[in-house]
Design a protein around this ligand. Structure first.
Ligand code: SF4
Length: 592
């Protein structure tokens, strides 16, 4: 192509105008030439498009009777209780099955590349479920019309912020475009209800879900404590199944607290009905006995399972990324079952820790950002009204979150007591922050933040486990950062046995063999500890067993025997207690 020369004739108005008009000609010619070349190469000129969140088909109140809410992502125990809680509020619901490797493959097939492992498993699990509905004879449109998926949402900063978009993309790619995904925002508070919404995320909804998760945590913890020591194989799981049916029924029948109609209409005239109802619901939560009474029944059933605590077992604390440390299936190589088969006792991580962490981080943020609004608005420090107002707001928000902390802890521990008092109390977030912060900045949020590092130190230093196993999903950003920090932790606390395992859709054999090696070391530690304890107390194991056989209460799971500093294992702590009791009883017999 030949370009015509640029006109050199000066225009009236001086040299600046000449230059700018020449540049304009050059720019125009470059633009023309680019267009010609793009056309030649078959490239379309792209105009930038701003992203808009796709419009969701609504789920309205009128559709509630004929719509099933799907949910998942926790253990079957948590999900069964959430199922009961949703049913009590009048919803039709269904928990998705535990994700398998097939789900992982579907997630990879229909989702974006480069996601973290839990995204593939959970997204693929939903696709697998809706496909199974189609196989049962429902048409795609029927599935889209009759089902919605409910999940947690967040704005990141890790890939968790992308889950919602991933669900939608995978559903679209698998032919279910328009399938509804409902979100509750982790940071959205206790009332995210919209008028006439199909799923009303109000106080009743959140109380129901929180109670279900807390009871799920505690019962899960207790079952993992009993199973390794059960005398009759399979008994714990059988009793657990029966108890879960009972608790599901309790959750299903529990009706939200409401103001009695007469009193309500009276208060309604004064404009206080809303507040009174809110306060009433909280008081009912704090002093109601529905759940604790049911848990006392469950306690008695568990307590009838005979256990042998003289079995020496290494205690393995599970940490890592939220989903990988919670799921009980292919998503973490079925690690809990594997550990129990290998002779370990598993110390599972409750969801309650995560809830307390969220509250703690929100408080931290308020403290860190206090007064920044004044700087941003250019408010003078002498503008006392505004300065005082800003600090008062921060203080009020802090007070609300502190109250939430206290209430949540109280409720959680009340349930623990009702279930026999053997489940683990919530770990103190301030202590976790103090331990973790020197290695992993506690302001760096995303995933488990500083918790992975802090829990490793906490459980090892307080003699609460022989070994820490961190389950870290392939492609997880925060867990990868933690890995780097854990090297510094392990070199500082040289006695700890810590093993990080990267979970993915394949490689079970390799992961199990690595865990087996670390577990070997933990087993030796547990055996040596028991040997030392028996030597120090001067009691032979056979005598100890005979003594326990004569005392049936010592074979019950809810029997309390204490935890000693420097002693980790159940067998060693129990042996110390039993030896002391033996000596005391012998002394008493001699005196008589
Ligand atoms: S914490 Fe890790 S695995 Fe979990 S959503 Fe974030 S990036 Fe993915």
């Amino acid at each position: 192509m030949s370009l015509s020369p640029i006109n050199e004739t000066p225009t009236t108005g001086g040299s600046l105008i000449q230059i700018s008009s020449r540049e304009e000609v050059i720019r125009q010619r470059l633009e023309d030439e680019r267009r010609r070349l793009e056309k030649e190469a078959g490239l379309e000129k792209r105009t930038p498009q701003h992203f808009h969140k796709p419009l969701e088909n609504p789920f309205t109140k009128s559709q509630r009777d004929r719509t099933t809410i799907l949910f998942g992502g926790l253990t079957w125990k948590h999900e069964k209780l959430i199922h009961g809680a949703l049913e009590s509020l009048g919803y039709k619901c269904e928990a998705l099955p535990v994700p398998t490797k097939k789900a992982f493959q579907l997630g990879k097939e229909y989702g974006n590349n480069g996601q973290c492992n839990p995204t593939y498993f959970t997204v693929g699990n939903l696709v697998e479920y809706v496909q199974s509905l189609e196989e049962k004879g429902l048409s795609k449109q029927e599935i889209i019309d009759r089902y919605v998926f409910f999940t947690a949402g967040a704005c990141g900063p890790c890939r968790f912020g992308m889950y919602e978009a991933e669900y939608r993309l995978a559903l679209r790619n698998s032919g279910f475009d328009g399938f509804r995904v409902l979100l509750f925002q982790q940071s959205g508070g206790l009332n995210q209800a919209e008028a006439e919404a199909g799923l009303e995320m109000n106080l009743d909804f959140f109380l129901g879900i929180l109670n279900a998760m807390n009871i799920g945590d505690i019962i899960n913890d207790v079952a993992y404590q009993i199973r390794p020591y059960e005398v009759n194989p399979g008994e714990t799981d059988r009793v657990l199944g029966e108890c879960m049916d009972l608790l599901h029924e309790v959750m299903r029948r529990k009706q939200p607290w409401t103001l009695e109609s007469k009193l309500g209409s009276l208060l309604g005239k004064t404009g206080f009905a809303g507040t009174a109802e809110y306060v009433g619901k909280f008081l009912n939560q704090l002093y109601g006995d529905d759940y604790t009474a049911a848990l006392r029944q469950v306690r008695d059933r568990f307590n009838a399972i005979p256990v042998d605590r003289t079995r020496v077992k290494p205690l393995v604390k599970i940490t890592g990324e939220f989903w990988a440390q919670t799921t009980e299936g292919d998503g973490n190589f079925n690690m809990f079952k594997f550990l129990e088969r290998e002779g370990a006792q598993v110390l599972v991580e409750p969801i309650g820790t995560w809830i307390m962490y969220m509250i703690h981080q929100a408080k931290q943020q308020i403290k860190d950002e206090r007064g920044l609004d004044l700087i941003q608005q250019g408010v003078s420090k002498w503008n006392l009204t505004k300065v005082f107002g800003s600090h008062l707001t921060a203080q009020q928000n802090l007070a609300k979150l502190s109250a939430a902390e206290v209430i949540f802890k109280r409720e959680y521990h009340r349930l623990i007591e009702a279930l026999g008092g053997i489940a683990h109390h919530l770990t103190d977030q301030y202590e976790l922050q103090r331990l973790g912060h020197p290695f992993y900045n506690s302001r760096a949020s995303g995933g488990e933040g500083h918790l992975e590092v802090a829990k490793n130190i906490y459980y090892s230093n307080k003699d609460l486990c022989h070994m820490v196993l961190s389950l870290k999903p392939f492609g997880c950003m925060p867990s990868t950062q933690s890995d780097g920090a854990q090297s510094a932790v392990v070199s500082t606390y040289k006695d700890m046995i810590f093993i990080p395992i990267e979970t993915s859709g394949e490689g079970d054999v390799n992961a199990h063999s690595r865990v087996q090696m670390a577990l070997g070391e933990a087993k030796v530690r547990a055996k040596n500890e028991m040997k030392r304890v028996l030597e120090e107390s001067g009691v032979a194991l056979e005598d100890l067993k005979a003594f326990v056989a004569e005392h049936p209460e010592m074979q019950q799971p809810m029997y309390k025997y204490g935890h000693r500093k420097g002693v980790v294992g159940v067998a060693a702590n129990f042996a110390l207690h039993a030896a002391e009791r033996m000596k005391t009883e012998r002394r008493e017999t001699v005196t008589v």
